[in-house]
Design a protein around this ligand. Structure first.
Ligand SMILES: C[S@@+](CC[C@H](N)C(=O)[O-])C[C@H]1O[C@@H](n2cnc3c(N)ncnc32)[C@H](O)[C@@H]1O
Length: 263
């Protein structure tokens, strides 16, 4: 059983982790997620033969490899998602893509386990697009691995036009749909560029909220720089932290933040 001193030490180590995660990844872990994060991290530390404090030392001294660092970031972030989560975003993407003269290219940043990119694909298919690419990126390799399988619990809006039954209560997107939805493990704060040039639309929803306002603006500026002139950037309502972009025009939309690149 833990003594009071042990508990105090655990709390200090957990707080050090939060500080370091914030410093290194610019992610904020609030008090509501702290307990879950500490539990998950303790279990990961055990798997590597360490305790929380030992793992922290390895992390700080740069002795963890990229995959281990990425897994810690996976534990520090929230991956909640669902199909057709925010219909106004899907409507905006469909509307922008209706005016393109080539197969649309849509980038979903912070796509978690793939529900968002597949929802976009369903919307484009149902709007009559025969060809397009939706590219989902997420910092979490486990999320990307799941997304690539294209297997999910059944959902009333995932019908035979896009998916087929795959065992009890499961569906799998048809192979030809999966071919049009690609995934990449990628940290949007890293220097490496996303492997998806000239997207017509970039969407990032429910990801910026975990970052400080300055970091949100940095991420948005990076995303803006990826857009060709005429390309659109979408974030959820109130997620942009009152961003005032250069070279982009804010389009009137009271349900989301919609920007178009003008220069
Ligand atoms: C709450 S989920 C939102 C998923 C989806 N966009 C939605 O709205 O349903 C946030 C996702 O952002 C990812 N994420 C957080 N920081 C990231 C970063 N720096 N680069 C890429 N993805 C990141 C997390 O791993 C997580 O899967």
């Amino acid at each position: 059983m833990n003594t009071a001193d042990d508990l105090k030490l655990d709390e200090e180590v957990a707080n050090s982790w939060v500080r370091i995660i914030e410093e290194r990844f610019a992610i904020e872990i609030d008090e509501f997620r702290l307990a879950a994060f500490t539990r998950a991290l303790t279990s990961f530390a055990c798997e590597t033969g360490e305790e929380l404090e030992g793992l922290l030392k390895l992390f700080v001294s740069g002795q963890l490899d990229e995959a281990q660092r990425a897994y810690i970031l996976h534990l520090a972030t929230n991956h909640e998602t669902r199909f057709f989560r925010y219909p106004p975003s899907l409507a905006a993407i469909t509307e922008v893509c209706a005016n393109l003269r080539r197969p649309p290219r849509v980038l979903s940043v912070g796509c978690s386990t793939g529900e968002e990119p597949y929802s976009i694909a369903c919307s484009l298919l149902r709007a009559g697009h025969a060809g397009f690419t939706v590219h989902g990126t997420d910092v979490s390799q486990p999320c990307i691995d799941k997304a690539r399988q294209g297997i999910y619990r059944g959902h009333p809006d995932l019908r035979a036009d896009v998916a087929a039954p795959h065992g009890p209560n499961r569906i799998r997107f048809h192979a030809w749909v999966r071919d049009m939805v690609t995934f990449e493990q990628h940290n949007i704060l890293a220097e490496r560029p996303v492997n998806f040039p000239a997207p017509d639309v970039i969407i990032t929803q429910n990801m910026l909220i975990y970052y400080r306002v300055e970091t949100r603006h940095l991420i948005l500026q990076k995303l803006a720089a990826m857009l060709p002139v005429g390309g659109h950037l979408i974030t959820g309502p109130a997620e942009d932290g009152n961003w005032n972009p250069m070279g982009l025009k804010r389009m009137p939309n009271h349900l989301l933040n919609l920007f178009v690149r003008v220069a």
